[in-house]
Structures are given as structure tokens and as C-alpha cells.
Design a protein around this ligand. Structure first.
Ligand code: SF4
Length: 469
């Protein structure tokens, strides 16, 4: 997944000679946390006077907010940087400056190497220190090649400026809010504990304050996000630690907030009160992304996932008691080192047992520095490919079955943006399905009851049956 986040703001002071306004572009790769971080960097840059750049060609500042999860992530970044270097040189010959920033998890993991291989980069900033970006940009003006990949003691979030309301309004009625970062789980295949650091949670009042500001700017759905979001343990107003269930309840109580989601969860942190919240908090969407990764206990142990298949199935059963209509999704890794045909068959069985609304499945690929990268029993590519195709087929069949079951039902849909054709709008069902319906732009930002009439390969088609709220 990749996403392009741009920002716009117009400032008349301290603008360069080339135009009235400096322009910036942020290119965001990877997960929702990077999307959120990109938006916060965009907010800072907007407050610093940068306007939206439609492309790198017109940008004075380019930030690549990178992701280390996918295979060859750093090679893709070097290839992007090669193109940007040429652009920067061309700009310089024409008498203008372009500043290049590499942020995110590749910056954290390979900052020094990036600078060694690509001297056109002005700033390297890790995901825990991007709140210092304005200062780093100032330093880079004097001496390019600034690196900040610390895990600072000060709280990043308390130092970030609030998002300007007009920037929030442009992003639509659904927003991400990072509530927790980092991870202490150390799954054998994952780089997150090394790139994002130890688990840390934002205090409840800080998160709720941000949600209230978002609601004031028109947001009505918030997704509470974290690498291990259900490990959340933020400081509450009595000096104790609040769990995610308490945070969900507080978020749902913010005036204007109609729907709350959270992701990504670890099965070991699905507490009883979080499961209960699914039955008790009306605004909590009936959708749970609960990655299992493998259906084999042997592989789960090797992955250091800290649960067994039976534990996972027990959680699924209890969540379904609390919220019978809940839709489930998961992540799967196929071809993990040592995975046999029998292990893989257990994954297929698990999928059949649970029945998912949608899921993500990937071939295992080694991440340097992780224990799994050094394990014996690395699986041949052709075996991984064949297993992935089989798993995808099974998951896709379940997804289509889930979508077909929506026909004739009525859902509350939050319309987020115009559809592909004139007079059409698109939003999300409570179960995360994209729903297209005919309707004017006044529907955007509103919840409306929609009767589902048809299913397309990746979306639903419906008819608005009740006024928007
Ligand atoms: S719980 Fe998630 S983020 Fe943490 S190490 Fe495992 S896969 Fe990575």
C-alpha cells in the first residue's frame, strides 16, 4: 500500500524568488501509522509556510516517509532518490533549491547508509523524532546531511503542533489517530521493535483532546492506531494506566464521533474488557483486524507469536458472543522458514474454521537483523508462490461470500468522497466495505442508511434510504 499525502497552505512571508509560495510534497509508503505521521509532518510544514505541491517537479521540499516492512523497501527508496537527485540538480542549475528528506522506518534502520549512497539527501529523520523536522530543516540549510534517528526522551506527540482545522477538513470525515507506538513483542520476522522502539502509549487526555479537535473540524469516524494498539496503556486522569477498552469508550463519548475503529491488534492483548466493549459500545465498529500469521502452532512458536491456534479461536468465539455480527480480518505469512506442507494445510484449515471478511496474505521475506532471517529451512520461492496462490484463493472466496451476504441489508455508511462518476459518492460500511451510491456532494461527511443492491468485485452498490445525519 502506498499513499500520497500533500499539503497546502499559503504564506506570503519568507517565500523564495521563484514563486510566491514554497511547495512541498510528502510521499508516504506503508502502513496507516505512516499515513498519520505524514499528515502530522504535512501540518508542520503547512504551519511553516509550505503550500501543496502537485508533483516533485514543482516541490521545494520532498519528504519520502518510508516503510521497511515490504521486501526490497530500501532499494525502492534508493531508486526514488536517484530520480529526485536528478531533479534537484536540474533545479540547482536553474538557480533554485530543493530539499530532500527521508523519514520513516527505512531512515531509522539505514540512515547512515542512505547518506553514504545518496549525498543529495539533506535530512534523515526517524519515526520517533520527526517533531524536530523544522529545526532539522534549518540545520540542513547550513550543513546538509543531518541525521536524527534518536528515540528521544521527550514526548513526540506533545511537541507536535495541532493540525490546522482547514487541513483536517480537506482530509475528510474519517481520521487516523496514533495512540500507541512501538512494540515489545519481537516476533521473529519483524523489524518494528528495531525501527519504532519499545511500546509507548499517549496519555488519554492527549488522545481525547486530539479527537475532540478532529470532531470540531468535521471528523466523525476515528481509527485508533498503533503497531500493537491493544497493548495501549496510556496515563489516565487519576495517574493510573487506561487500557484500550477505556480509550475506546472515551473516544466514543466525544461529541460528534459516531464511529470508532482500532488497529492493529495482537491476539495476546485481547483483554476481556476490550472484548466486552465490542458488545457494549455502539459506536465501536463491528470489524476486528486480528492477525494470526499462521495456523500451525509449531510455526507460531517459531515466530515467537506467544499464542496457540486454540487461544486465537477462543478469542474469536468470545468476540462473536459479544458482537455476533462482527467481521474478522487477519494477516498471514506463508513460506516462513521451516513451514511444511502440513503446517500450511493447518493455515488453510484455520481460514475455513474462522471465516474471514477480508485478509492480507504475504510470502515470507527475510528482513536483515531479524532472527527469522538467519533460520535454517528457508523456503523456495516457487513453493511460497504456490502456497500464497492457494491461500489467496481461499481468502478471496470468503471475501466474496461475505460481500454477497450484504445484498438486501441496510447499513450505516459514512460517505467520504465523490465516486468515480458524476453524482456518485463512496463511503465505508461498518464492516470496512467500500459502498458506492448515487447522491449529491452534501452526503460527503455524513452517515446515511444505505440498502445494498449489488456487489462488484471490490465494492458494494447501494441506495440511500434515509436522510444523512
Ligand atoms: S506484534 Fe506486530 S509489530 Fe510487534 S513484532 Fe510482532 S509483527 Fe512486529
Amino acid at each position: 500500500m502506498s499513499d500520497l499525502t500533500m499539503f497546502e497552505d499559503v504564506r506570503s512571508a519568507s517565500t523564495p524568488a521563484r514563486s510566491e509560495t514554497r511547495r512541498a510534497l510528502i510521499k508516504s509508503f506503508g502502513c496507516q501509522m505512516n499515513v498519520y505521521d505524514s499528515q502530522r509532518m504535512a501540518d508542520m510544514a503547512a504551519l511553516d509556510g509550505y503550500a501543496e505541491a502537485a508533483s516533485a517537479e514543482e516541490a521545494d521540499l520532498v519528504i519520502l516517509n518510508t516503510c521497511h516492512i515490504r521486501e526490497k523497501a530500501s532499494e525502492k527508496i534508493f531508486s526514488e532518490l536517484g530520480k529526485l537527485r536528478e531533479l534537484k540538480e536540474g533545479r540547482r542549475k536553474a538557480g533554485f533549491e530543493m530539499t530532500l528528506v527521508v523519514a520513516g522506518c527505512v531512515a531509522q534502520a539505514e540512515g547512515a547508509e542512505i547518506l553514504r549512497r545518496q549525498s543529495a539527501v539533506d535530512v534523515i529523520v526517524g519515526p520517533q523524532s520527526y517533531h524536530r523536522l523544522p529545526e532539522l530543516l534549518r540545520q540542513a540549510k547550513e550543513r546538509p546531511g543531518v541525521v536524527d534517528t534518536d528515540f528521544p526522551v521527550e514526548e513526540k506527540f506533545s511537541r507536535l503542533p495541532p493540525a490546522p482545522p482547514e487541513a483536517v477538513a480537506r482530509r475528510g470525515p474519517a481520521a487516523f489517530v496514533t495512540v500507541q507506538e512501538g512494540c515489545d513483542k519481537f516476533c521473529s520476522f519483524c523489524v518494528v521493535p528495531y525501527t519504532r522502539g519499545a511500546e509507548a502509549s499517549r496519555p488519554v487526555d492527549e488522545v481525547i483532546g486530539e479527537i475532540a479537535r478532529l470532531a470540531g473540524a468535521g471528523v466523525c469516524e476515528v481509527s485508533l492506531i498503533g503497531q500493537n494498539v491493544n497493548a495501549y496503556h496510556g496515563l489516565d486522569d487519576r495517574g493510573g494506566a487506561a487500557g484500550l477498552a477505556a480509550l475506546v469508550r472515551a473516544a466514543a463519548a466525544v461529541p460528534g464521533i459516531k464511529r470508532v475503529r482500532y488497529t492493529t491488534s495482537h491476539p495476546s492483548d485481547m483483554s476481556d474488557d476490550l472484548i466486552a466493549a465490542h458488545g457494549e459500545v455502539e459506536a465501536l465498529a463491528p470489524y476486528l483486524h486480528l492477525p494470526i500469521q499462521s495456523g500451525s502452532d509449531r510455526i507460531l512458536a517459531s515466530m515467537n507469536r506467544r499464542y496457540r491456534v486454540a487461544d486465537y479461536l477462543d478469542i474469536v468465539a468470545r468476540v462473536r458472543v459479544a458482537r455476533p455480527d462482527i467481521a474478522l480480518s487477519s494477516d498471514f505469512i506463508v513460506g516462513y522458514p521451516g513451514e511444511t506442507d502440513a503446517d500450511f494445510d493447518e493455515t488453510l484449515e484455520l481460514v475455513e474454521t474462522v471465516g474471514y471478511a477480508s485478509s492480507y496474505a504475504f510470502k515470507y521475506s527475510a528482513r536483515p537483523g531479524t532472527p527469522a532471517a538467519e533460520m535454517p529451512g528457508q523456503i523456495e520461492e516457487r513453493v511460497k508462490t504456490a502456497r500464497l496462490a492457494k491461500l489467496h484463493a481461499s481468502l478471496e472466496e470468503q471475501r466474496q461470500t461475505f460481500n454477497r451476504a450484504a445484498v438486501g441489508r441496510r447499513f450505516e455508511v459514512l460517505f467520504e468522497r465523490p465516486g468515480r462518476r458524476e453524482g456518485q459518492v463512496v463511503g465505508r460500511s461498518p464492516y470496512m466495505q467500500a459502498v458506492f451510491a448515487d447522491g449529491g456532494g452534501s452526503l460527503i461527511g455524513a452517515m446515511a442508511e444505505v440498502e445494498i443492491e449489488a456487489v462488484a468485485p471490490n465494492s458494494l452498490r447501494g441506495r440511500v434510504v434515509s436522510p444523512a445525519s
